[in-house]
Design a protein around this ligand. Sequence first.
Ligand code: TGC
Ligand code: FAD
Length: 385
Amino acid sequence: MDPLTLLDIPSLLRAEDRDIQSTVERYLADRVRPHVAEWFEAGALPREIAGELGRLGVLGMHLTGYGCAGASATAYGLACLELEAVDSGIRSFVSVQGSLSMFSIWKYGSEEQKREWLPRLASGEAIGCFGLTEPDFGSNPSGMRTRAVRQGGDWVLNGTKMWITNGGWADVATVWANTDDGVRGFLVPRGTPGFSTRDIKGKLSMRASVTSELVLEDVRLPESARLPLATSLGAPLSCLNEARFGIVFGAVGAALDSFRVARDYAGTRVQFDKPIAAFQLTQRKLASMSLAVGNGMLLALHLAGLKERGVLRPEQISAGKLNNVESAIAVAREARTIFGANGISLEYSPLRHANNLESVLTYEGTSEIHALALGHALTGIPAYR
Ligand code: TGC
Ligand code: FAD
């Protein structure tokens, strides 16, 4: 049995959401799971995956119109769970494409920008990225140095963005820059003179994912490249809410997969003439992991319900991200111990998940930032600065 069946969680799900989850799970089992450890080792993700995920309908699946599926928040969350049960890098690709690149255009773009980009991004024909973080400004994006200056009717952008998922692949980058009037967003198509990317190598985490630096040197863009409805730092921060919501479910997926493979291994690995699953200490580990997965899933479903009713608040997403990512990394590490030495090989997923979750702990707001967001909500006192 697994932790979700133990609590009868599938009975809480609508049939249509479960169907979407099963479709995603089947695709991944067939096309991604058998290869993902290899991709992680090689530090590469095959680009064809974008078109396949587009055909599967998961890119921007929670958005409406322009080729997007208009699925429920719960279905989007369950898809993220299945994606991250395979590898956080695959979920990251989908999060950035749908929740950051596409959402920024869907929410803040002009009709023309939406028509130009959303259908191609939804199908995976085009890839998008979202550049907020800079080398010197991560947790504190308000200090960003990337500048956009008006020159005649155009904008000229200069600056550097760092740690950008999908950056080297992107056909269009949503770039956030400071202007004389505050933060604004710009769509920078690949090939624009002065715009270049450099992939970051040597990662010990999130290896099945493209992570890049974006360099903007006198990049000249027309006014029509600016996202017209984005008028402050609140715009990029609101996009983060969408991606953070997906992570609340995704983290449960990484923990669930770690639990499942550890439980199976414990049932077959014999020491002292018994399967190690027969030792009380192993059962205690499985019981604790199961509680963490079940609690994380109930929290995720509760937040999805709030999102579907349109009442989900940012601090509630912070609670979900902080709780579920911290508990997933603890589950993955505990699961790893059940494999003994075998647990450090790529053959078994828990240490790969734990390593990936180091990135998830940091990106989309570090655990410390989400703890401070909760502290702010609980006390009324912001303690970020
Ligand atoms: P502060 O003054 O608090 O806020 C500025 C304006 O933004 C509004 N706001 C939000 N709006 C919507 N949703 C949220 N979550 C919001 N948080 C803040 C706020 O109301 C205000 O609006 P207004 O109208 O009054 O101007 O800003 P601050 O500078 O004090 O910073 C607050 C803080 C620390 C919470 C914020 O800077 C923050 O969230 N920092 C973390 C940065 C971060 O998460 N970066 C992520 C980069 S993208 C990424 O990591 C992608 S990885 C994806 C993948 O591969 O899967
Ligand atoms: P810093 O902000 O320098 O933080 C360092 C440490 O100081 C952390 O522990 C932090 O919690 C702590 N700290 C900072 N401020 C405070 C405070 N006020 N109180 C207490 N502690 C504090 N960014 C994008 O824009 N787009 C992307 O697509 C993207 N993809 C990423 C993919 C990967 C694999 C990774 C690892 C990162 C990605 N990021 C992306 C960047 C990510 O959002 C940042 O790494 C994150 O916001 C933290 O910023 P930083 O790394 O500069 O750390």
